[in-house]
Design a protein around this ligand. Structure first.
Ligand code: CUA
Length: 323
């Protein structure tokens, strides 16, 4: 599903493509270098002592000279670790400060991200857009900074936003608002994943971030804001939709459906995946999914609606027009 062959899609903190991710990456390399130095010194000494003072055949069995206390050694092994800890703390505090207190430019895009079991609700309050599981943002450049500021909340349990190439991990905690921001400097697709165990389908709570040129982002915004037309041929499917329990959980602009338990369906077919990355979004995938969501995501909160086959076909034909 994730086309693992494409190295650009591998979520690695070692290939940052966003301002806060770069800051965290540099810090992690510094911490790794310092701790690698400690590792080499400590294990070098252990290896040396093990080899140099190993038991030999001509040992006379007597204990070597026992030495108690040494002020220079005590001072050295107290101050050196202390200095290392202070340096690591200061370097970390600097990056935390840099990431947490970043000024928000007027050109920033605002996004509210709400974690649900097991999908992501994505709202652009200033743009009037609601979508799910696939976050679209503009690319940022020094001449045209367009970071995206995220307001993170949860509708149920603790989830965690983590798109390793774009930003550090930040939890979505019930009754609390957390904040993070991303500032990607390259267009493309970046894969993220819920990073806090949140129940049965935690593993299938994927997040896709599409970074567009500003022009492409504007086009995406226009498409998302355009009302979905209903071709006459699919009107029966729309009736099926409005007459089943779909409307209790999903919202669909221009219809009576305004539920918030499940993803907004207004521009359903503009998304590449269903069930937060559980399967590819297509008319066939949609049909399989609606027939038995549990087959793809055991424990999923969406029930199988057990629609007669003809109703299901009409419903899918209608949903497939929601571009
Ligand atoms: Cu949401 Cu794990």
């Amino acid at each position: 599903m994730l086309a693992a062959a494409d190295p650009n899609l591998i979520p690695s903190i070692f290939r940052p493509e966003s301002v806060p991710a770069h800051a965290i990456h540099e810090l992690s390399l510094f911490v790794l270098a310092v701790t690698a130095g400690i590792f080499v010194v400590v294990f070098g000494l252990i290896a040396y002592a093990t080899f140099r003072f190993r038991r030999r055949p001509d040992d006379d069995g007597r204990e070597p000279a026992q030495i108690y206390g040494s002020n220079p050694v005590e001072v050295a092994w107290t101050t050196v670790p202390l200095l290392i800890v202070v340096v690591l703390s200061l370097a970390t505090a600097r990056v935390i400060q840099q990431v947490q207190n970043a000024p928000k430019p007027a050109s920033a895009v605002d996004v509210e991200l709400v974690g649900h079991q097991w999908w992501w609700e994505i709202r652009y309050p200033k743009l009037g857009i609601v979508t799910a599981n696939e976050l679209h943002v503009p690319v940022s450049s020094p001449g045209r900074p367009m970071p995206t500021f995220l307001d993170l909340r949860s509708a149920d349990v603790i989830h965690s936003f983590w798109v390793p190439r774009l930003a550090g991990k930040t939890d979505l905690v019930p009754n609390r608002r957390n904040h993070m921001w991303i500032e990607p400097q390259r267009t493309g697709l970046f894969i993220g994943q819920c990073a806090e165990y949140c129940g049965t389908q935690h593993a299938k709570m994927l997040l896709r971030v599409y970074v567009h040129t500003p022009e492409d982002f504007d086009r995406w915004v226009r498409e998302q804001k355009a009302p979905a037309g209903v071709p006459p041929a699919v009107a029966p499917g729309r009736r099926v939709f409005e007459q089943t329990a779909c409307v209790n959980c999903h919202a669909l602009s221009g219809t009576i459906a305004d539920g918030r338990f499940g993803p907004d369906l207004s521009h359903l077919m503009s998304r590449e995946t269903l069930g937060a990355g559980a399967l590819t979004n297509s008319a066939a995938g949609l049909k399989d999914w609606i027939r038995s969501p549990d087959r793809f995501k055991p424990g999923v909160l969406m029930p199988a609606m057990n629609l007669p086959e003809s109703d299901l076909d009409q419903l899918v034909a209608y949903l497939a027009t929601l571009k």
